[in-house]
Design a protein around this ligand. Sequence first.
Ligand SMILES: Cc1cc2nc3c(=O)[nH]c(=O)nc-3n(C[C@H](O)[C@H](O)[C@H](O)COP(=O)(O)OP(=O)(O)OC[C@H]3O[C@@H](n4cnc5c(N)ncnc54)[C@H](O)[C@@H]3O)c2cc1C
Length: 494
Amino acid sequence: MPVNPQILGKLEHSQKVLETPPSEPPTPAKLPSRNPTRSFWIDSSPDANPLARQGSQDPLPSDADVCIIGAGITGVGVAYHLIELLNNASLSVKNPLRIVILEARDFCSGATGRNGGHLTPAAFLEFAQRQALFDTVEAIKSYKLEQHTASLLVKIIKENGWASDIDLVEGGHIDLMFTEKEAGNAHKDFDMARQAQLNLDGVEWLSKEELEKEYGAPYSGFREPGNNVWPLKLVTKLYQHAHAHAGKYASLKLHTQTPVTAVTHETTDNSSTYAVVTNRGSISCSRVVHATNAYASYLLPFLTGPDGIIPTRGQVMATRASVGTDQIHIPSWSGNEGFAYWFPRPVKYYTEKPLIIIGGGREAVAPQYELYVDDDSETHPLVGKALREFLPSVFEGKYDPLSEPEMEWTGIMGFTKMGDPFVGAVADLLLANPDRELYQKQYIAAGYTGHGMPRAFGCAEVIGQMILAEISDKEWKEPDWIPQRYLTRNRRVQ
Ligand SMILES: Cc1cc2nc3c(=O)[nH]c(=O)nc-3n(C[C@H](O)[C@H](O)[C@H](O)COP(=O)(O)OP(=O)(O)OC[C@H]3O[C@@H](n4cnc5c(N)ncnc54)[C@H](O)[C@@H]3O)c2cc1C
């Protein structure tokens, strides 16, 4: 399928990227900041991050088979899938595959530990545009991947009995339409998606009157299947599960507080490996996975700028409602063309006033929209103002316009101009580059453009499959849910 890499994705998250050239020539991302803002997920409870400093003092191994850089949902997801795949394949191996995760800061302290907590697969929005830009099969795969990822995560959560530990809420998601134009586009997407036989189970249109009566929001919208979680606790469970199930076919180690500062290629007479260089020494490694999302261009400078991965700062706050959950109910929400997203945290009693996690507000700092900002040690006052004003203006009487949030933080997303991530071998991005051979056994899954929760774990599964295929000298068979345009072999940056 021909994919034009110059396509401007119209998805909310990416639409401003090309309209907003960088104010200065872009430079590669820096390493994650040393003093990030305190997020609800990481810092509101002392036991939220039991793996925070895991392996930070342990000596690094001198050799490994797979080095995964980054301990967010992507990095941990690659380790999880690789171990599951190895166990299922029951390969006859001489030695277990040595997998090492290297994390610059505390465990899961990047976007995954600082996000809005939504695990909601897109149901149909943007279908018409995707169908026109690509083709029907490719457009359908955009949603199939998200349904696959979200339902796999929910299945894993339930099968392992983690639902209450990680605060899974399967409350559905309501998308509010603030303008006629937005509503018109959404109906067009829905009609085209239905004609193309996209799975639209659980989608229900809601009139302004229905939404006002039930929830107090004077807008029309639609309901779609959706969940929210405590993302850090979910990723912690995934890591612990992977660690417990490694053994016969793999070993898994985690080293936090270990920023990777370079990956260099080393060739000897009979082998070709990478030196993964950190502040605590180097690891000689056969394969490298870049699970660094917004920060990818630090180690892969050719991903700098609009054709690569653009660090983009998102802001979130935790604010208390003025009324009980009985008057707010439990769905998660988005509105204002996706610029705002929020949900009430679970409560013990329905009359309890819930804490609302609300993110967004980047429209308040147009035309830069916090693009090209890779520092999560600060919040933006204008974004904060937009977030404070949002809920009281949409739900009259349910939020106090003067109340201050209990916590407010930022995190860095990795945007691409297409709105879609890069998934696969790094070398494939560099077809015309004489250095491409050096990247042959380096992999990447990054650039989710926000909205990574229903995509990253599926993309990590693809990387796991590719590594297993390479190890077993077989061809990777692509699953029927991965969009072609995600794959690095269909994308070029140089
Ligand atoms: C404010 C905000 C709100 C969001 N809300 C939602 C939401 O509600 N729903 C949703 O689906 N998505 C949301 N997202 C997007 C989602 O969180 C991300 O797409 C997803 O978490 C990306 O996961 P990741 O593992 O690829 O990246 P990350 O979680 O960022 O992990 C990358 C890790 O790599 C580490 N790292 C970077 N460079 C190096 C290096 N050189 N050496 C070692 N380690 C390194 C970082 O410290 C980091 O821990 C939001 C993002 C933000 C920032």
